[in-house]
Write a protein that binds this ligand. Structure first.
Ligand SMILES: Nc1nc2c(ncn2[C@@H]2O[C@H](COP(=O)(O)OP(=O)(O)OP(=O)(O)O)[C@@H](O)[C@H]2O)c(=O)[nH]1
Ligand SMILES: [Mg+2]
Length: 257
């Protein structure tokens, strides 16, 4: 089988403050991308069926998608990504993300290799205009708040407004309430998160980058939805992201106390 090579770079990339440049002109991940931010990803995110591509880490994949992590500064976006990518928790002092950064991970979903190019955005207000430019190419968005920080939850509505303004209409969206390991400090109830998610019709789960709770599930659910959307097989039942999340979260016994 012929295998197509994609341009090589390091496993991740960064568009740093100088990355407040137009998309494709930052250093790192966006370098050489022209107008597009994700040089390896075709507009619909899918590689050609039957022709696997090689990811930056040397892994072959069948389809590729761009996922963005958004939410207030300090909610745990970077930690969630590091937990998912490396299986580790970034303990210690908080280093706020500057600009935007990405990491790739290839998952196997129903026998299909799905590459997620995951963009970790800066939550700080001063980088907002940088991140706006990246929304339009995103196939999925993980919107985070911190269950120990009421303001981060109250800001979700503003984030949704921003998403509606800058992202594609059919973007896959999921709401995550992070830091559920901090039971003593919790100020946002699970029910509040569920209610808000229901109001906006988005799937919801609580996560912990520290313990790893539901982290794999959040990304896998997104990957499954995107894969099903791009590779509809005849006679295959329609994948329902809401149902899958509900079933799997309950199954994990995570957030039911
Ligand atoms: N207890 C607990 N702490 C967490 C968790 N996730 C992140 N943190 C802590 O929260 C702080 C902020 O985490 P980051 O991942 O850097 O936050 P961020 O959303 O990337 O912030 P910005 O880059 O500024 O947008 C750090 O001190 C982390 O150690 C979690 O699940 N549980
Ligand atoms: Mg960060």
């Amino acid at each position: 089988m012929s295998r197509k090579k994609t341009p090589r770079s390091k496993g991740g990339g960064r568009a740093s403050p100088s990355s407040a440049l137009p998309p494709g002109q930052g250093n790192g991940g966006a370098r050489g991308a022209g107008r597009r931010l994700s040089p390896e990803l075709p507009p619909n995110g899918a590689a050609l069926p039957g022709r696997p591509s090689l990811s930056n880490s040397g892994e072959f994949y069948d389809v590729a998608f761009k996922v963005m992590l958004v939410g207030d500064s300090g909610v745990g976006k970077t930690c969630l990504l590091v937990r998912f990518k490396d299986g580790a928790f970034l303990a210690g002092s908080f280093i706020s993300t500057v600009g935007i950064d990405f990491r790739n991970k290839v998952l196997t979903v129903d026998g299909v290799k799905v590459k997620l190019q995951i963009w970790d955005t800066a939550g700080q207000e001063r980088f907002r205009s940088v991140t706006h430019a990246y929304y339009r190419d995103a196939h999925a968005l993980l919107l985070l708040y911190d269950v120990t920080n009421r303001a981060s939850f109250d800001n979700i509505q503003a984030w949704l407004t921003e998403i509606h303004e800058y992202a594609q209409q059919d973007v896959v969206l999921m709401l995550l309430g992070n830091k559920v390991d901090s039971t003593q400090e919790r100020v946002v109830k699970r029910e509040d998160g569920e209610k808000l998610a229901k109001e906006y019709g988005v799937p919801f789960m609580e996560t912990s980058a520290k313990s790893g709770l539901n982290v794999e599930l959040a990304f896998t659910a997104i990957a499954k939805e995107l894969k099903h959307r791009s590779m509809k097989l005849p006679n295959e039942p329609k994948f329902k992201l809401h149902d899958y999340v509900k079933k799997e979260v309950r199954g994990s016994g995570c957030c039911r106390s």
